[in-house]
Ligand binder design. Structure first.
Ligand SMILES: [Zn+2]
Ligand SMILES: [Zn+2]
Length: 133
């Protein structure tokens, strides 16, 4: 097996996984939610901050393996290891320096999809196609 063939073979195995995993990086962070232009899913921007659970000081948050964790292991104020994660409803310019942005795919069932049928108004009542008398 030549190197090119081997690479194509590998790409065929791994490419579907790469394509499926969309990071929605074209969804702007300053909107509450938007449709991702890459995958078409409705993406919600959620901001989280982390706080020291001992003294309550804010710790810079980051996303690691899909979880919101503080960037430092210990509180810079009291040295505690424990932290709590808080969701920020409305991000402001102070919290944005501490917050981590999590882009979650909105549940499709939260969007009501109703199929509506409209009937043309006609002066006569609709007739039956076939009448057997
Ligand atoms: Zn996407
Ligand atoms: Zn602390």
């Amino acid at each position: 097996m030549s190197l090119t063939v081997a690479l194509v073979h590998l790409a065929k195995i791994f490419l579907p996984f790469l394509v499926v995993k969309c990071v929605h990086d074209k969804v702007r962070p300053d909107v509450e939610q938007a449709y991702c232009p890459d995958c078409g899913k409705l993406i919600k921007n959620e901001w989280y901050i982390t706080r020291c659970s001992c003294c309550g000081v804010k710790m810079r948050a980051m996303v690691k393996n899909g979880e919101v964790v503080p960037q430092g292991h210990f509180c810079s104020n009291c040295g505690s290891e424990d932290f709590t994660v808080e969701k920020v409803d409305k991000i402001n310019f102070i919290d944005i320096n501490f917050a981590a942005l999590v882009k979650t795919e909105a549940e499709e069932e939260t969007i009501p999809s109703v199929t509506k049928c409209w009937q043309e108004r006609t002066p006569e009542p609709p007739k039956l196609l076939v009448q057997y008398l």
